[in-house]
Ligand binder design. Structure first.
Ligand code: NAI
Length: 333
């Protein structure tokens, strides 16, 4: 099958080509899918897209009209696709439900450790010949309470790692994960988690219910000086509210791998220009804010699994008319 693979970087091309083994005709495109670029996918059997591609109704209609029958997402999250439009266009949507929950969980813990012991600042100090410790004071993770919002695959792995550090673990999730309760994780309601946690980490999907789940009201309920980590999706957090929380000291530190307006920033080298997003630019000025550019998934194991599952989805769709991992359509759930 001919497949237009949007938003590809050299590493995507390498892993996708290795998984494909010549089965499908992959057309690698470094541009993002958008109404301006959708025509590049026209005439293919499938379009393969990543997290910041635009899969709104207009794009879907144009692709469907040209004969595209499958959208194969190279991601677990599918908040960026208009599923109703895909359903109306009779287009199948596939995703990669699990590739390496370890990759993202380990990155969330890396953000916690770095922020707590201020490794991002210590690195620069030592290189500058400054060996003073003043300002780098951290705390023992042992005995601290960590609130995990969303205990699916990634949240469960965060719980496993932090259990090893001797943390008390609280969780909020509409569905209790028995593997987490076995670890000693205690499920509480959201307000109790916000009030009791020294560290809060977001591991839930972006849905209408979780959009701006962390806003000024939620921050006001948190322990003063709490550490907040978001490796889920940017819009789970109201970024402007973060600035207020950081300025007042309500938030002690913030680690973000995702940002609600990241589509205009992440995955590109913008070092020769300037940042137009004032909220993002302000966040970068805080020494107790650590931002990475959506790299939680970025391990060799995860890229291999993403590529292999994506190819398996396309192959199964071509053979049976159904991908291995279809995204449920509205009404299916
Ligand atoms: P999962 O589907 O295994 O788990 C999600 C959990 O969130 C489920 O247990 C679900 O019940 C829970 N949840 C749903 N609504 C909730 C709510 N309102 N409040 C609290 N919990 C809620 O998903 P997985 O694999 O653990 O991934 C979680 C999210 O992480 C993805 O949806 C994606 O947005 C993000 N992600 C980020 C990556 C990165 O590179 N930073 C890479 C992969 C995923």
């Amino acid at each position: 099958m001919k497949v237009s693979v949007f938003s590809t970087k050299p590493y995507d091309e390498r892993f996708m080509a290795a998984a494909n083994q010549g089965q499908h005709e992959l057309v690698f495109l470094d541009v993002r899918l958008s109404p301006k670029t959708a025509s590049l996918g026209c005439g293919c059997g499938a379009v393969c897209a990543f997290v910041n591609d635009d899969l709104g109704a207009d794009v879907i209609a144009e692709l469907a009209q040209s004969g595209v029958r499958l959208i194969a997402l190279r991601s677990a999250g599918f908040n960026h696709i208009d599923l109703a439009a895909a359903q109306k266009a009779n287009m199948a949507v596939a995703r990669v439900p699990a590739y390496s929950p370890h990759a993202v969980a380990e990155h969330a813990v890396a953000l916690i450790l770095t922020l707590n012991r201020q490794l991002h600042r210590a690195y620069n100090r030592v290189r500058d010949g400054n060996f003073a410790l003043d300002g780098l004071l951290g705390f023992d993770l042992w005995g601290k309470t960590v609130g995990i919002i969303g205990t699916g695959q990634i949240g469960e792995n965060v719980a496993r790692i932090l259990n090893g550090f001797g943390c008390n673990l609280l969780a909020f999730d509409p569905y209790e994960n028995p593997n987490c309760t076995d670890l000693g994780v205690r499920y509480v309601d959201l307000d109790d988690l916000l009030r009791a946690s020294d560290i809060i980490t977001l591991q839930c999907p972006l849905t209408p219910q979780t959009h701006h789940l962390i806003d000024a009201d939620a921050i006001a309920k948190m322990k003063p000086g709490v550490m907040l980590i978001n490796t889920s999706r940017g819009a789970v957090v109201d970024s402007s509210a973060l600035i207020g929380g950081l300025k007042s000291g309500a938030l002690g530190s913030v680690g973000l791998d995702v940002y609600e307006e990241e589509a205009d920033l992440f995955f590109e080298d913008l070092s020769q220009t300037f940042i137009r997003d004032d909220v993002f630019a302000r966040l970068l000025t805080f020494p107790n804010v650590l931002i990475t550019g959506h790299q939680g998934f970025f391990t060799r194991e995860a890229l291999k699994a993403i590529a292999e599952t994506t190819i398996a989805n396309i192959t199964a769709f071509e053979r049976d008319g159904v991908p291995v991992h279809p995204v449920p359509m509205p009404g299916d759930r």
